[in-house]
Design a protein around this ligand. Sequence first.
Ligand code: FRU
Length: 486
Amino acid sequence: MAVSRYDEPIRPQVHYSPPYGFMNDPNGMVYTNGLYHLFYQWNPKDTVAGVPQWGHATSEDLVHWKNHGVAIASTTEDEGVFSGSAILDVDNTSGFFDGSVKPEDRVVAIFTSNTPEKQTQNLAYSTDGGFNFTRYSGNPVIDVNSTQFRDPKVFFHEDTGKWVMVVAKSFDYEIAFYTSSDLKNWEQVSTFTGGLYGYQYEVPDLVKLPVVGTSEYKWVLFVSINPGMPLGGSGTQYFIGDFDGETFKPDDYVVRMADFGKDWYAAQTWSNTGDDVLGLAWASNWQYTNEVPTKAWRSCMSVARQMALKKNVKYNPGYAGYSLIQEPLINKELRADSCHGNTPLSLKSETGAFEFRINITGKDLGSDNTDPSSVRITISNSTGHRTLLGLRPFDTGAHFFIDRSNQFEHPLFNEKISAYVNPDDNDNPVYDIHGIVDRGIIEIFINNGTIAFTNTVFVADADKLLIEADEKFTVNGEIHSLKGTW
Ligand code: FRU
């Protein structure tokens, strides 16, 4: 396949998308030598999912990416190099490295080898900081004789001094926890089951998140399911709890959604970023990803997000609890033109990429559930073809919506989707809406990222963003057009 161009009509300009071919999950995310490595499930031979290999890209700032082609290739025609992770083995616990390899160059990838017979966990190591990989001659490192055992995420657990792997036993609805001292010999120490089941569990991740404004940390377990999300298809749920190096103890079994949109799946976080937990996800849905109207490439990643937990987030006027918060890491230097003030606000962008942030207040917001007043954000092209976003308040909080109708005819492509948000103060509701609009994808973060809402869209040449509000709202904020990063 020919290398395609990043100026195709719907191709995002500030998001990562593969040079050509089909992309799904992010893999092997590790930071070293000043570079964020992003590997990904890639079928370079076609624009539909096939036998995936690990594609590779790197970035210094999480917005400008450089492509490096295939990093871990299949060894036979039917071996899929399925999802997995990567870590920096600074202390050479694996024994793959000698003194000639700088500690920052000692990258080990842990991935699933998928064949028609089974799925096993395997290692590949790099002595040049994550560019070239050699498969371990003793592979597989875990084989439980299953065709449904995949997506290992490995991290170093400081308190026990051991490597921990979370991995999906997909059809058993189990996340299995393994530990190891050398990345080669693994022992299963516990399992976790909970939440929505759907058809199967996939791509787990376990992270230690700071609780903002406190010195507290909590552990968060991400479990993706596909298909079977209430909105349809793929999605990611998370559980909040504690982890002692072997067992994850959830505070409760409440299913919390990591993102309320239709297109945010298989999220993974970077390893070796210190206390900062940074992650992103594949911005698509298995229900329709093989048919979306893009040409030489299919799918992009979401922007990278800094993750944390917030305490005392009001779920309703009587209950407050922890919530995941996500802040999009979009570089201020990308801003081109800007406008700010009260609505109406309107701006054009040469690239079709925008960032906006608005603050919504008003008298009697939500006092009358039959009042159709709303705040509306329209992204349109010169023929009036558009995506409409907005906020509609009720006495129970507000609903943020997207209308992506007339863009992609597919029975499972939900055209109207909404996310519910309860304000922190129900008597004086304030809504903060932060958006990244980038041709084929719109990411919305509400109330400092307590609600994330990610959806793909398919309007060619949409270069105008307009924010307007009905009388009862006071809306002010800013819109920036963004420079492209490709
Ligand atoms: C999730 C997934 C993983 C698997 C990979 C294959 O989207 O199905 O479970 O490793 O994609 O590409």
